[in-house]
Design a protein around this ligand. Sequence first.
Ligand SMILES: [Zn+2]
Ligand SMILES: [Zn+2]
Length: 387
Amino acid sequence: MSGKDYVEKDYYKVLGVPKDATATEIKKTYRKLAREFHPDANKGDAKAEERFKDISEAYDVLSDEKRRKEYDEARSLFANGGFRAGGGPGGTGSYSFDFGDLFSGNQGGGTGGGGIGDVFGGLFNRGGTRQAQPRRGADVETEVTLSFEEAVDGATVPLRMTSQAPCRTCNGTGARSGTTPRVCPTCVGAGTVSRGQGAFALSEPCKDCRGRGMIVDDPCTDCHGSGRASSARTMQVRIPAGVQADQRIRLKGKGAQGERGGQPGDLYVTVHVDPHPVFGRKGDNLTVTVPVAFPEAALGATIEVPTLGGPAVKLKLPPGSANGLTMRARGKGATRKDGTRGDLLVTVEVVVPQHVTGDALNALEQYREATASDDPRAALFRAAKGA
Ligand SMILES: [Zn+2]
Ligand SMILES: [Zn+2]
């Protein structure tokens, strides 16, 4: 007796008895049919011969109380989307699988490919009668690219998530509607076969079903036999303010759905941030480089500095500001977790005029003469001599 028969054949239908038929009814019906289709009474009638075989097979199972119970159980579980068949060769072991288990371990996260090998591989628990337990949904990884401003202020972004779910058309069996996968006759559903004998027996994947344990003869047209379907959903996800470039954030409970009442998994989002043409980022602080004219740097000035998404701020540049001096505009940086803000670090870049003409040229020449005795490299040379 093979599991294949349990899944594919309706022995009650073969005998034409109800599922709750008594042993006596079954026996009576069998005798009547057996007489009718017996090969001796139907010489040369192949159809009758086939029918007689079916009847005998059905009666073999249904007349044996223990086997009938196993058969009933297998079929009712299969009808519920699971399958449990008693008995490999010898009828001692039992194996089971549950379609609900197939997908929970590898939803989303780009584990694509797959195919039916993933669906049936490792599902058969030999010798076990596993109960369906609630199972936590898988964690899901995804990525999102934010604009610089979104990363600073936080943003709600739509995330399109695709995850692998059982194909609805075939309930994850991979078999065309109205058909069922059959248990691989070679490995009787185990997915592995033993080679060699005794202590040297090796278990290896079954070649006939490629370790799947099941064979789909007529694949589901929707999932092409994989038993899986991509389900896409778009979720609005709040990325908190102040997220750093390439930071991985965890959104609790936003991963794959749990199975049978289990908790959902978590969603991990790696956030990429587009650079800004003007502003940079150092932790909670923003950075900006501000050009200043030489007289501003030398004499001091009040300069306007742009801020990210807000009005410009005025900063007092002290007289004698060196190129590269960094000043701080408090509270004009990135938003922190607690709602406070970092600072804007303003770096001064003294601009050298490229074309000097007219009054400006005259003024600069005068300036040169006035400062001729100041050697700007004096300190350099002193230092170079090791003074
Ligand atoms: Zn096999
Ligand atoms: Zn399908």
